[in-house]
Design a protein around this ligand. Sequence first.
Ligand SMILES: CC(C)(COP(=O)(O)OP(=O)(O)OC[C@H]1O[C@@H](n2cnc3c(N)ncnc32)[C@H](O)[C@@H]1OP(=O)(O)O)[C@@H](O)C(=O)NCCC(=O)NCCS
Length: 172
Amino acid sequence: MTIPAYRLRPPTRSDVQPYGKFLSDKNISIWLEDACQKPLSETAIEYFILRSGWCHWSIEYDGQFCGLTGLDDPDLSRGQARFFIVLGMTDLWGQGMGTAVTQQVLDYGFKVLQLRKIVSDYLEENIASERVHKKSGFTVDGRLRDDSFRNNRWIDRVIVSILRDEFLSIHS
Ligand SMILES: CC(C)(COP(=O)(O)OP(=O)(O)OC[C@H]1O[C@@H](n2cnc3c(N)ncnc32)[C@H](O)[C@@H]1OP(=O)(O)O)[C@@H](O)C(=O)NCCC(=O)NCCS
């Protein structure tokens, strides 16, 4: 499998509109946080995209904005941050890009930022996200039962994490 050639760059204001379009696609937003389950204003999207210059990147493919990734919720006294990824061009799914981006962000977090632990989570039915986290070396810590309401029922959220030593033992 050839992974589509992507690059990570700082987010810009021009990403706000295409990201809003991605969020209006139920196949994407259903897997995101509860706040994304109803239409968001352009201001709210702009705040989300531009609020943090720390470890937020836009994913670009073929010169086009195609998603967001990065590390959030830093708790640097504990050497910890939270990973996130949204690949909004659905025709790019299933070609290894999500895993490659995840591993690049983890690489930066552990090798450059010297983080001790990176946490993440996904809804239990999000098989693509489960696969990406598993392939990248995350371990399941537990689950928040009946955490989010989707498709008229409550579903669990799976909590995962990876420690620096675990990552380095695979990707030294
Ligand atoms: C999750 C996401 C980043 C994955 O990106 P991607 O480029 O498709 O990921 P990859 O191709 O590296 O890996 C996905 C794997 O899941 C598999 N997969 C995807 N949907 C599947 C399904 N419904 N059933 C079984 N396998 C599935 C793919 O075939 C691929 O398989 P592989 O591990 O054998 O190669 C992308 O789907 C996305 O952004 N989704 C919407 C937002 C989201 O869910 N973000 C994460 C929130 S926690």
